[in-house]
Design a protein around this ligand. Structure first.
Ligand code: FE2
Ligand code: FE2
Length: 189
């Protein structure tokens, strides 16, 4: 009879999935960086690309520490998120709106990774794979920081800039201009 599949097997499977996801992201992040108009946003994508390369090496050392072959398994989840991001790149947005949408795409990927690493850390801890847990935790912290950085950029002006372009008559919600002709919203859809 075949041996029963255990949480350890599921853990290795999840590691392979995540390894593949990270490798897909090293191809997607440069495209997001290139499409960004805000220098800070471009830098954020570029520096997360460098982090991602280290995360791949970290996963390789997790496999090795568990005496497992370094191997990926196609991650459909991140592939879908990347595909949606690629669709955004084809849209005819103004620069700031594009930046807001790039942040949205980036954050979808980060949240996916936060979920994956959160599970991996919890499972590694539960099974006493402390070394693996520590390395995976380190990556988890980087993913959370990347997500927070994107939120800070969005809330630091990019979203408002895009919103003001969408609804110029409404003026800035941060207390700037009011409509000049009293027809606020008249032309809104
Ligand atoms: Fe990552
Ligand atoms: Fe990430």
């Amino acid at each position: 009879m075949a041996e029963a599949t255990t949480l350890h097997d599921a853990f290795i499977d999840e590691l392979r999935d995540t390894y593949d996801a990270e490798r897909q992201l090293t191809k997607a992040l440069p495209k997001l960086a290139k499409a960004a108009s805000s220098p800070d946003l471009r830098k954020a994508f570029e520096s997360h690309l460098e982090e991602t390369k280290v995360q791949i090496e970290r996963l390789e050392s997790v496999f090795q520490g568990l005496d497992e072959k370094v191997r990926g398994k196609h991650c459909d989840g991140i592939a879908g998120i990347i595909e949606e991001g690629s669709a955004i790149l084809k849209e005819d947005f103004d620069d700031t709106t594009m930046d807001a949408c790039l942040i949205a795409a980036g954050q979808r990927a980060e949240h996916y990774e936060i979920a994956a690493y959160g599970t991996l850390v919890a499972w590694a801890r539960a099974m006493g794979h402390d070394d693996a847990a520590e390395k995976l935790q380190e990556t988890l912290e980087e993913e959370k920081a990347a997500d927070e950085k994107l939120s800070a950029l969005a809330e630091g002006g990019i979203n408002q800039g895009a919103a003001d372009t969408a609804h110029p008559a409404a003026g800035s919600r941060n207390g700037a201009s009011k409509t000049k002709n009293g027809k606020a919203g008249a032309s809104r859809r």
